[in-house]
Design a binder for this molecule. Structure first.
Ligand SMILES: Nc1ncnc2c1ncn2[C@@H]1O[C@H](COP(=O)(O)OP(=O)(O)OP(=O)(O)O)[C@@H](O)[C@H]1O
Ligand SMILES: [Mg+2]
Length: 289
C-alpha cells in the first residue's frame, strides 16, 4: 500500500475525511478475525441452543461461501449477524432454510429436549415440521393481491385453506393496522406496512425460529424502529428465537442479545451485542463511528 493510500484508506484522495471502502472494511475486519471457539459460542447461549450449526461448509454450486461456520442461538434469544458486503451473511440464513448446497457440517434444532438434524430438509419441511421461517430481504409481497390474500399465502402449506384463513385472522387480531387494510392491494401499503405484512405472513405458520434478512432495508427511519419493536415483541412476548442479518449494524446490535461478525465466510468475532457495540474496532468498521 502506498503512503497516499494509507493516508486515505478508502482510496479517496481529496481533502475531506474519506469514507472507508468496502474492500478496506473487509481487509481490516479480516485483520481483527481470531479463532472463535465453540466454548465461547456456547457461553453466549448459556444453555442448550435452540439452533446450532457445526462446521458448515456451504455455497452455491461449485462455489463454497461458508468455510466451517459454527453458530449457536438459545431459545427466545436473538442473534444479529453483521459484516462486510459479500461476507456470506445472507448465505447463513439461506443455508438454515435450505436454499444452498451443503457440502459438509450439520444444522440442528432442539425440539422437546432433543436435537433434530435438519441439515438435509427441504424448506417446506423446515417450515412445516421444524418451525423455521424465513423472511426475505425485500419485495416478497405479491403487489397485486390484497393484504388478506397475501396472508393466506403464508399458510399455503396447511392442508386446508380454512386453516390458513383462521391463522390469518389471528394475525389480523394482533395487528389492527394490517386488518384495517385487508381488502387493499399490497402495492398501496407504505414501506413500513409492507414489512409488517412480510413478517406477518411468516407468522401464519406459527414458527418458533424467525430468520430475518435486513429488516430495516429500504425503510424510512421512522419505520425502522417500528419494525424492530415488532421483532422485539415476537422475541420477548411470544418467545420466538430470532436470527437477523442487518446492514444497519447499530440498530441490529441494539436489538439483539448476541452478535457475530462474519468475514469472508468465517466467524471473525462473537460477543454479547452490548460488548460488540462498545468495541472500538467494530464501531469504526461497522457502526460508522
Ligand atoms: N444465489 C446465489 N448464487 C451464487 N452465488 C451467490 C448467490 N447468492 C450469493 N452469492 C454469492 O455468495 C457470496 C456471499 O453473498 P451473501 O449474499 O451471503 O453476502 P452478504 O454478507 O449477505 O452480503 P450483503 O451485505 O451484500 O447482503 C457473494 O460472493 C455472492 O455473490
Ligand atoms: Mg445479504
Amino acid at each position: 500500500m502506498t503512503a497516499l493510500e494509507q493516508a486515505a484508506p478508502g482510496g479517496y484522495h481529496g481533502g475531506v475525511a474519506p469514507a472507508i471502502s468496502v474492500e478496506e472494511v473487509a481487509r481490516q475486519a479480516q485483520a481483527l478475525a481470531r479463532d472463535v471457539g465453540i466454548d465461547e459460542l456456547d457461553a453466549l447461549v448459556g444453555h442448550q441452543p435452540h439452533l446450532r450449526i457445526d462446521n458448515l461448509h456451504a455455497g452455491y454450486g461449485q462455489m463454497e461461501i461458508l468455510h466451517g461456520l459454527n453458530l449457536r442461538v438459545g431459545r427466545q434469544q436473538s442473534l444479529c449477524l453483521i459484516g462486510p458486503n459479500g461476507a456470506g451473511k445472507s448465505t447463513v440464513l439461506h443455508s438454515i432454510f435450505g436454499f444452498t448446497d451443503i457440502y459438509s457440517g450439520r444444522i440442528c434444532i432442539e425440539r422437546d429436549g432433543t436435537q433434530m438434524d435438519v441439515t438435509r430438509m427441504s424448506s417446506n419441511q423446515k417450515l412445516r415440521s421444524s418451525g423455521i421461517a424465513y423472511i426475505l430481504q425485500d419485495k416478497s409481497v405479491f403487489p397485486g393481491m390484497t393484504v388478506e390474500e397475501n396472508l393466506w399465502m403464508g399458510g399455503y402449506l396447511m392442508p386446508h385453506t380454512t386453516e390458513a384463513k383462521l391463522a390469518a385472522e389471528k394475525v389480523f387480531d394482533r395487528y389492527p393496522r394490517l386488518a384495517a387494510r385487508r381488502k387493499h392491494p399490497a402495492k398501496v401499503l407504505s414501506g413500513g406496512e409492507r414489512r409488517l405484512l412480510e413478517i406477518s405472513r411468516a407468522l401464519v405458520m406459527d414458527p418458533q425460529i424467525l430468520l430475518v434478512d435486513e429488516p430495516s432495508i429500504g425503510l424510512e427511519p421512522r419505520f425502522i424502529d417500528a419494525v424492530f419493536e415488532i421483532l422485539a415483541e415476537l422475541q420477548h412476548k411470544d418467545g420466538k428465537t430470532v436470527v437477523i442479518v442487518e446492514q444497519n449494524a447499530k440498530k441490529g446490535l441494539e436489538f439483539a442479545d448476541i452478535g457475530y461478525v462474519l468475514v469472508s465466510g468465517k466467524l471473525a468475532l462473537a460477543g454479547r451485542a452490548d460488548d460488540l457495540l462498545a468495541n472500538p474496532d467494530v464501531s469504526r468498521l461497522f457502526l460508522g463511528g
